[in-house]
Design a protein. Structure first.
Length: 149
């Protein structure tokens, strides 16, 4: 079961790379209604589409957020920007040990299908990567970040 969850998370992460921007008018009513009910205070929402799902990106309490919803309006994933210091201690320790020569640029908490993971965007010289960790500091995925991300 644990392997299935990790595989599902990796699949969702790959989908984010393939996201495309769309107009709000192209988002199904069920998706917009479900999003508005879950996040009534969201302003300046930018919509995208990835692998048949819809992504709403917005600011919430001065933090960047994105919510991935299926065509029926069910929330599949929520990603919330966090301070680097808010990463779990085990993740911070792994970063210090295995990525000591990298600079942590951004951090996020991702909840997907009830499973929480953490993302750290790291940079070394001209290159940067998105690193996905579990709460115990285990690296689940390392993906090069492209210029357009």
């Amino acid at each position: 079961m644990k392997k299935l969850v990790i595989i599902a998370l990796l699949g969702l992460g790959v989908g984010q790379v393939n996201a495309q921007t769309i107009k709000a008018s192209d988002v199904p009513a069920a998706v917009k209604t479900a999003f508005a009910k879950a996040y009534p205070a969201a302003k300046d929402v930018k919509w995208g589409k990835e692998d048949g799902s819809f992504e709403a990106s917005f600011d919430h309490n001065k933090k960047d957020m994105s919510v991935l919803l299926d065509v029926m309006g069910m929330i599949k994933e929520v990603e919330t920007e966090i301070e680097k210091s808010e990463l779990p201690k085990a993740v911070q320790e792994t970063l210090k040990k295995d990525f000591a020569d990298h600079k942590v640029e951004e951090a996020a908490k991702i909840v997907s299908n009830g499973v929480t993971t953490y993302e750290a965007e790291v940079e070394k010289g001209e290159k940067s990567w998105d690193l996905i960790f579990d709460a115990n500091g285990k690296l689940l995925k390392k993906e090069p970040k492209s210029e357009k991300d």
